[in-house]
Write a protein that binds this ligand. Sequence first.
Ligand code: SF4
Ligand code: SF4
Length: 89
Amino acid sequence: MSKVKKSEKNVSMCKCMECPTYTKECKAKFMAQKSQGVSEKSNGMEDLYCAFGRSGLIKENKGCLCGTCPVRDMYTLSGGAYCFSGVAT
Ligand code: SF4
Ligand code: SF4
């Protein structure tokens, strides 16, 4: 289970949407998902990958902004590029 809470607040702080690795396919899927709201019951969202796990829509690592993210600091996470490596535990 992830250390990071699946919440609207954490989604709003996540830097993934500004990241060069994030794709337009991710954004389109995320916009549809976001309208359903974010809760601990949400799964597979295309954002907050440290909580939701790896993406099926990202194939190439073009850099990672996790190191600049307040969520990473708040939960004292190690590592990054969670869209590839999966949930932070
Ligand atoms: S987890 Fe890191 S590499 Fe992946 S989209 Fe988010 S900031 Fe970019
Ligand atoms: S640590 Fe990375 S995946 Fe987690 S919220 Fe921040 S930018 Fe998003």
